[in-house]
Design a protein around this ligand. Structure first.
Ligand code: PXP
Length: 257
């Protein structure tokens, strides 16, 4: 029998800021959401400071750091400006993501296969500053293999293709994307990384991903913030946590360590 370790849950609070910014005032407050997420059992808070500041702002990052005791996973593009901000705050973790102004969300993973050298240089000072650096990549063999040249200790696999196929009832795509996630999680772990997953995860898609023994952390945002409209943030996070624990238990046949 195989006891799976407890899966960490990172809560992404970006879209609390999206709602606030729709009116330009102070509410709802992302720092309040971060504190509430911590009380509901989140193991970490994720916030993406985008170049265009369309949701999280610089002062949100400061406010979040002031109110939470759990780690902040600071999501950012590989730009000089973001590097300076990260070096000023020295968050527990930094997740490097691709960013395009015209996209609605982080649509794909980093093109590590093409940019390995630049990203390796870019993350070096962040690692020196003590940040745990992860890179967000598609579950593709060529990206995982290229990631070996970068020297980041963590990879976060983009779960969006699987989650979207499941939500849209595209069964063949769903199965193919899930097989890719599973195989690439195994490969990444074999290559020595901590493996995380995120993007597009819902109550319906969380369990198969949470059951993958290689995965140590899930980062979930949009669905939970949306669900909070109906059941509250506390309740939606607790439900996600319970589904993750159930999946781990069912996969190992024993209680979660
Ligand atoms: N992980 C990363 C690297 C992301 O960019 C995002 C979206 O900002 C998430 C996780 C969370 O995705 P979602 O909001 O779809 O749950």
């Amino acid at each position: 029998m195989n006891t799976l370790s407890r899966l960490r849950l990172g809560i992404n609070i970006d879209h609390v800021a999206t709602v606030r910014n729709a009116r330009g005032g102070d509410t709802p407050d992302p720092a309040r959401a971060a504190k509430l997420a911590q009380a509901a059992g989140a193991d970490g808070i994720t916030a993406h400071l985008r170049e265009d500041r369309r949701h999280i702002t610089d002062s949100d990052i400061e406010a979040i750091l002031d109110v939470i005791d759990i780690p902040l996973n600071f999501e950012m593009a590989a730009t000089d400006e973001m590097q300076q901000i990260a070096l000023r705050h020295k968050p527990h973790a930094v997740c490097i993501v691709p960013e395009k102004r015209e996209e609605r969300t982080t649509e794909g993973g980093l093109e590590v296969a093409r940019e390995a050298n630049r990203i390796a240089h870019f993350i070096a000072p962040l690692k020196d500053a003590g940040c745990r650096v992860s890179i967000f990549i598609a579950a593709e063999r060529r990206q995982i293999e290229a990631a070996a040249q970068i020297g980041a200790p963590v990879v976060e696999l983009h779960a969006g293709a699987y989650c979207d196929a499941l939500a849209e009832g595209r069964v063949e795509d769903r199965d193919r994307e899930f097989a890719k996630l599973k195989d690439m999680a195994t490969l990444a772990l074999d290559l020595g990384w901590e493996v995380q997953a995120g993007h597009g995860i819902t109550f319906d898609s969380v369990k198969p991903i949470a059951a993958l023994p290689e995965v140590m952390e899930l980062n979930i945002g949009h669905f939970l913030i949306g669900e909070a409209i109906f059941s509250g943030l506390d309740s939606s996070i607790r439900r996600m946590r319970a589904l993750m624990d159930e999946a781990r238990q069912e996969a190992s046949g024993v209680s979660v360590a």
